[in-house]
Write a protein that binds this ligand. Structure first.
Ligand code: FES
Length: 135
């Protein structure tokens, strides 16, 4: 039986936002999905604005399914312009809500986006841990 995705999910799958690579990124996050073996890589460009670290640009590459691509597409839109702390706290439920819902069996796929973004933020913080940074 075909998986039932809503129109918004299909639109993000067909025209994913922010898919690609950032050359010389400020941080990279890579995670795998234990359930299916798919993978997600996130690239970040971080900029200091008014003393805060802001996500200026974000791109992703994935071996993921419709649900993974659509949730990552929308999550990258949601975190652009946010502080690293704000971005860290945007989870799969936020992405699924913004997409108008995902089939319950595909919710595990939506972990890839938020986990890869968190891994990239961890990478950024690790590289800058000796520098006093605001969030
Ligand atoms: Fe692997 Fe969806 S089935 S991410």
């Amino acid at each position: 039986m075909a998986m039932q995705y809503n129109e918004k999910v299909m639109e993000h799958f067909r025209h994913p936002r922010n898919m690609g690579v950032i050359e010389n990124p400020d941080a990279v996050g890579f995670v795998g999905n234990k359930t299916c073996g798919d993978a997600m890589k996130i690239f970040l460009r971080v900029e200091k604005r008014n003393g805060k670290n802001i996500i200026k640009d974000i791109k992703f590459q994935t071996y993921g399914c419709v649900s993974a691509i659509a949730t990552t597409s929308i999550t990258t839109e949601m975190v652009k312009g946010k502080t690293l702390d704000e971005a860290y706290n945007i989870g799969r439920a936020d992405a699924a809500r913004e997409l108008g819902g995902l089939p319950p069996i595909k919710m595990h796929c939506s972990n890839l986006a938020s986990e890869a973004i968190q891994a990239a933020i961890d990478d950024y913080r690790k590289k800058h841990k000796n520098i006093k940074e605001n969030v």
